[in-house]
Unconditional design. Structure first.
Length: 277
């Protein structure tokens, strides 16, 4: 095996981070999870924890919670980069959003840091339908979402993790910006229809205005910062026509086709996650 690497996975319990960490461990590398709940802890709200978390690490996979678009993210990435330069960090791999202008400011900090880097821009995750805010409406059998006519090239977190691992371990990805999408675009209704058909459940889909959607969240007591983020993602990101563009970057990096949404649906339906009620 190539030299064993010491890699900090920030967000190592999250959707992509947990998979990146597991894949690196399977390959025999030393992985430190960057999370508030481990020792040494890593807490985005406590910059004083970052240096200890990076101590002795060679490379860092960065996922920022909840999203690089939120206020404060740029300051955090600037400070993290400063601390990484003080240490012996040789490589940064940043998970970014496809079509998020605010996220691109964070990318520039990494790009101009003087540390080797790879930027991984990802489209909306398949797993948002099974591990995130779309799951509950699917279980209730009624999904109401804005931007109902927009085509989204949903990408699988397994593909994101595989690309991130490749970028962390191999020198030929230095300085690259990858844009990761699935192999086809679907509307939210088409995505829900596929889940409905595979699970044999009647799941209704109804288009809704963004203002009505955010009002419902307010009534349900959803935190204001999360409502702001959802509003941003649906208006700025999904409202950007470039975001329906399909790329072949996953195939270029991994030498195989990207996971299709229908394959994700089949695999996920088999776990029973969509049949809990």
């Amino acid at each position: 095996m190539k030299n064993k690497e010491n890699i900090l996975v920030i967000g190592g319990t999250g959707k992509t981070g947990s998979k990146v960490a597991n894949k690196l461990k399977e390959l025999g590398h030393t992985v430190r999870i960057g999370s508030r709940s481990v020792s040494p802890p890593f807490d985005w709200d406590k910059p004083q924890t970052w240096a200890n978390a990076m101590q002795g690490m060679d490379k860092v996979y960065i996922t920022f919670q909840p999203d690089l678009a939120v206020p404060g993210a740029l300051d955090a990435i600037e400070e993290l980069t400063r601390q990484a330069k003080k240490g012996i960090i040789k490589k940064l791999v940043l998970l970014s959003g496809k079509g998020e202008r605010e996220a691109e400011l964070c990318e520039q900090v990494i790009i101009h840091s003087g540390i080797d880097y790879t930027i991984v821009r990802a489209s909306w995750f398949n797993q948002n339908f099974s591990e995130s805010f779309f799951l509950e409406p699917i279980l209730e059998g009624f999904v109401a979402l804005p931007q109902a006519d927009v085509k989204v090239p949903f990408v699988d977190t397994d593909d994101i993790a595989d690309v991130a691992v490749e970028a962390l371990l191999h020198d030929d990805h230095y300085g690259k910006i990858y844009q990761l999408t699935g192999p086809r675009s679907l509307t939210f209704k088409e995505a829900i229809d596929e889940i409905s058909k595979e699970t044999g459940r009647d799941i209704a889909f109804t288009p809704i205005s963004l203002s009505a959607y955010t009002n419902v969240m307010k009534q349900e007591g959803v935190p204001a910062d999360f409502i702001w983020l959802v509003d941003y993602l649906f208006s700025e990101v999904l409202g950007n026509p470039n975001n329906s563009e399909i790329t072949n970057d996953i195939e270029e990096v991994l030498g195989r086709k990207a996971i299709d949404f229908s394959d994700y649906v089949k695999k996920t339906a088999a776990t029973g996650i969509w049949n809990q009620k």
